[in-house]
Design a protein around this ligand. Structure first.
Ligand SMILES: *Cc1c(COP(=O)(O)O)cnc(C)c1O
Length: 403
């Protein structure tokens, strides 16, 4: 069915109803950059040849320097994942004697667990309805005398409320940390993300913009913050004040991969942008699916593609995702489950978050990244148009199947 003319296909040719999937290999919603293999090996060889294979070796140190240059900051501390980078940040920056971390509910699925690991309580706040970020207006009502830390999360399209949150955090004297995984490449008023707030956290996971297979890092302009974070990685003389040292540093092989990925990042962004523009072109006349647009002013990395399923779309969002998944289009709900809906085995504070509830039902991540071509995108959009045209018959076929 790879050369299927969708105009002629009948609804029963959809993979959900037994037809052959549109694609023979899955089309993911992650970046999955694969830098030049020899470039990766050349970085790795430095560690290998020097025989320094443990601890914070030469390649890790090179990577930290490169990331400092890239983000225009004086300090960078690498970790073995974004998760543990966030854990180290929460544990070492939370105000002593207080225990609540304000975070959006509509975010990275393990964000609350990280607070749990750090012995802190997540308190969930709303996100705005424009680009699903937790602005100062969302955070304000959650401030209490127990607030130990505020987490601002950069959304996929657009930026976090950097100025509003910085002002609010400054007024109440609470540290502000940005989860900047979605905004590695972006700039705020001409200045690259990385030096805002008390610290910013990034991931080097394979699905992210800079791929180290696994890994994470924290950038900061504050020397004492960097020192406290380094102390969490020191096994022998962990600072008793934090008492949370853990074996969570980055390895040389991961740093080598991340460095080779950084070498190619501008080209990657060019490819990402082409994919984004292909979606924009193909979806512009399709009512019911609204692409979240990037603003050139943010110098975007075009890392992910998010679309809103609006009231004009004839099927439910999750039903649409099922149809796409059957075709090996691995579209996903963004996000399937806000954190405040979940069961948690650790202390937390939740309240009603109606905007979050509503936003969590509307959005979908569409295939993107290095394994998706512009031709793939044309076909994905044609399939969406086919679904829109045949929605009535799809519903009837589905009902017939289940009854
Ligand atoms: C992936 C991700 C993380 C965690 O990073 P890992 O390196 O996978 O542990 C944190 N925040 C956001 C927004 C993410 O997308």
């Amino acid at each position: 069915m790879d050369d299927l003319n969708l105009d002629k296909a009948s609804v029963t040719a959809l993979a959900a109803f037994g037809g052959r999937p549109l694609f023979s290999t899955p089309k993911p919603v992650s970046n999955l950059p694969r830098p030049d293999f020899n470039a990766f090996l050349a970085y790795l060889k430095r560690a290998y040849d020097r025989g320094v294979l443990t601890g914070r070796g030469p390649v890790v140190q090179d990577l930290e320097k490169r990331l400092c240059q890239f983000h225009e900051v004086p300090h960078c501390v690498t970790f073995n994942s974004g998760f543990w980078a966030l854990a180290a940040v929460m544990k070492s920056l939370a105000l002593p004697g207080r225990d609540e971390v304000i975070m959006p509910s509509l975010t990275y699925r393990r964000m609350a667990d990280i607070a749990g690991w750090a012995g802190l309580k997540p308190r969930f706040c709303e996100v705005n309805r424009v680009n699903m970020t937790n602005t100062a207006v969302c955070v304000q009502p959650c401030l209490t005398s127990s607030t130990a830390l505020i987490i601002g999360v950069h959304p996929i399209s657009g930026l976090a409320d950097i100025d509003g949150l910085s002002q609010l955090a400054g007024e109440v004297g609470v540290p502000l940390v940005f989860d900047s995984v979605e905004s590695v490449y972006e700039a705020h008023q001409g200045r690259r993300i990385g030096g805002f707030g008390t610290a910013e956290v990034f991931s080097l996971g394979a699905s992210k913009l800079v791929n180290g297979f696994e890994g994470g890092y924290v950038t900061t302009c504050d020397r004492s913050v960097a020192q406290r974070l380094r102390a969490t990685l020191r096994q022998t003389d962990a600072e008793p004040s934090t008492g949370v040292a853990f074996n969570g540093g980055l390895s040389e092989i991961h740093a080598a991969m991340a460095l080779s990925c950084l070498d190619d990042i501008d080209n990657q962004i060019t490819r990402n942008r082409r994919r984004y523009l292909a979606y924009k072109q193909h979806l512009k006349d399709l009512s019911g699916i609204r692409l979240l647009e990037f603003s050139e002013a943010d110098r975007p990395g075009y890392k992910n593609i998010v679309a809103e399923i609006t009231a004009d779309w004839p099927l439910e969002r999750d039903e649409t995702i099922q149809l796409l998944n059957a075709e090996l289009i691995l579209a996903r709900a963004y996000y399937p489950q806000p954190l405040h809906w979940r069961k948690m085995g650790y202390p937390h504070v939740r309240s009603e978050l109606p905007d979050t509830d509503e936003m969590s039902r509307r959005y979908v991540l569409l295939p993107c990244g290095e394994l998706v071509t512009e031709i793939d995108i044309t076909r994905i959009c044609e399939l969406l148009k086919f679904i829109a045209r045949n929605a009535r018959e799809i519903r009837l076929t589905r009902t017939g199947q289940t009854s």
